[in-house]
Design a protein around this ligand. Structure first.
Ligand code: ADP
Length: 485
């Protein structure tokens, strides 16, 4: 079995969200488990720099495409073989792979990401005489056209033994472009159809993945159920219901990369610790309180957020709950960036309460690790959450997640209900509705439990013992690939 992962982010080289973490861990783990796995990604500057710093790249082939000539390069990065698409006119842009510094999507994104899908299909057709995938797994809308190009090849009797998997990390990004581009990117006109990649008169790269893939996966079982409903389906629920009926939709929960996120070895921490030395966790909290100018008081409950600041993440509820947190003599730390209104509101809050609320706007990997290690409770009141990784990190670090029961949050956190406490399965706090009252009740329960140090520590240890390894997730992908072949 030879699997090609097609994507646009790759931790630690280029990351805007959880997708990068998945690509940084899953292909390596699949290789570990004996599946011959490679990655295909555009040669964005950060990716190219990171790879060139440690190894050489080789030219596989120059290819003439609808967007001009591109070079397909090959390199081996951290034991994972990687194909890079080098095309300076398309990809040599610093920062986000998707938009400019003003958050405006690049106007040529349609070509940039169509090329990604096109090259995936060329590799499946035998572009590299040394290696040819028989499973192509495309991630999110950026890679969705891989499935359409391959469907077109199959129509012409080629690549018949290649199966496609499309993985949805977030259904809310549909990758829509004007329909007139279709022929320009070398896809047949009849693909612009409701039974095809048409979506509200436009062409949707996401729908191309959903429709043409042999199998659709998403990053948690609950999200796989949710996206079949009107509430979460973003208009794709009908198509997804059909996939479900045909047994072509599966939810596989993401894992945690131990090499990056482990409290015993994490190089970003002031003090490493394990479930046996939980007392040492406090040193991280004191250091963080000092770093952010908060009152240094290890006994104060510390609530934290590490997140994109967006409507999806429900952080307006955290803003609304902040007086409640302060009333209970607790502290709040927020690291994030995104929505300007939320950024301003959090900054304003921290200016009003500088000794109890610390806010850092921006993206800071090292600080994210220090916060996850320092927090007593990690807040994730998401409106929807395909998987969510921060709660998995929180569990691993004994920093109890407080989450809304949706998507991957529902699949990974067990509430501190009396029953769960009694049978030693509690690992965090879960609330149901996206209301301030529900969030505050969950915060209250965390405050009440924190007064009982023994119970708190028991729950921390249960959280740290939970198995969210990539080994487990990779086994599920493996069994899916086997079913497809
Ligand atoms: P999403 O992909 O929707 O943004 P996830 O929870 O799946 O959400 O993944 C987010 C990833 O990005 C996690 O690894 C989290 O630690 C990280 N992250 C989010 N915001 C920041 C930030 N401001 N600084 C550093 N890391 C961040």
């Amino acid at each position: 079995m030879r699997v090609l992962h097609v994507c646009s982010e790759f931790f630690p080289l280029l990351k805007t969200g959880g997708l990068a973490d998945v690509i940084g861990a899953l292909p390596a783990e699949l290789n570990e488990q004996g599946i011959d796995t490679r990655i295909l990604i555009p040669a964005f500057p950060a990716v190219m720099r990171g790879i060139s710093a440690v190894t050489e790249t080789h030219l596989v082939r120059s290819v003439e495409t609808f967007a001009g000539q591109v070079n397909v390069l090959y390199a081996q990065y951290q034991n994972v073989p990687v194909y890079l698409i080098e095309a300076s006119h398309l990809f040599e842009r610093e920062g986000s792979p998707y938009h400019d510094a003003h958050q405006h999507d690049y106007s040529d994104n349609v070509y940039r990401f169509a090329v990604l899908g096109f090259i995936a299909s060329e590799l499946a057709k035998g572009l590299d005489s040394h290696w040819q995938p028989n499973i192509v797994q495309a991630h999110d809308w950026h890679a969705g056209l891989s499935c359409a190009y391959l469907a077109n090849e199959k129509r012409h009797g080629k690549c018949l033994d290649v199966k496609t998997v499309f993985t949805v990390h977030n259904l809310a990004f549909s990758g829509c472009f004007a329909s007139h581009f279709l022929e320009e990117i070398w896809l047949p006109a009849d693909f612009l159809h409701v039974d095809g990649l048409e979506f509200h008169g436009q062409l949707s790269f996401l729908k191309a993945g959903l429709y043409y893939a042999d199998h659709v996966t998403t990053v948690s079982p609950t999200y796989a159920d949710e996206i079949c409903t009107v509430e979460f389906g973003c208009g794709f629920e009908g198509l997804l219901q059909t996939k479900r009926k045909n047994h072509a939709l599966t939810g596989i929960l993401n894992g945690v990369d131990d090499a990056v996120w482990h409290p015993q070895t994490d190089k970003h921490l002031v003090q490493n610790y394990t479930h046996k030395t939980l007392g040492k966790k406090t040193a991280n909290k004191s250091a963080l309180q000092k770093e952010l100018g908060l009152t240094v008081a290890p006994q104060k409950m510390l609530y934290a957020v590490v997140s994109r600041l967006s409507w999806q993440k429900g952080l307006d509820l955290v803003l609304a709950a902040s007086p409640y947190i302060l009333e209970h003599d607790a502290q709040l730390v927020v690291l994030g960036s995104g929505d300007e209104g939320l950024q301003h509101a959090f900054l304003h809050l921290s200016q009003q309460h500088p000794t109890n609320i610390g806010v850092v706007i921006g993206y800071d990997e090292a600080l994210a690790h220090r916060i996850v290690a320092s927090a007593d409770v990690l807040l994730m009141p998401s409106r929807f959450e395909p998987c969510g990784l921060t709660q998995l990190y929180g569990l691993k670090y004994g920093s109890l997640p407080l989450v809304r029961r949706t998507g991957g949050l529902a699949d990974s956190v067990n509430d501190c209900s009396l029953e769960n406490l009694a049978d030693n399965s509690a690992t965090g706090f879960v609330f149901e509705r996206e209301t301030l009252a529900d969030l505050q009740r969950a915060i209250k329960r965390s405050l009440v439990l924190s007064a009982d140090k023994t119970s708190w520590e028991t729950v921390q240890k249960q959280a740290m013992a939970a198995d969210f390894s990539w080994q487990r997730s990779a086994k599920e992908y493996l069994s899916l690939y086997s079913r497809l072949k």
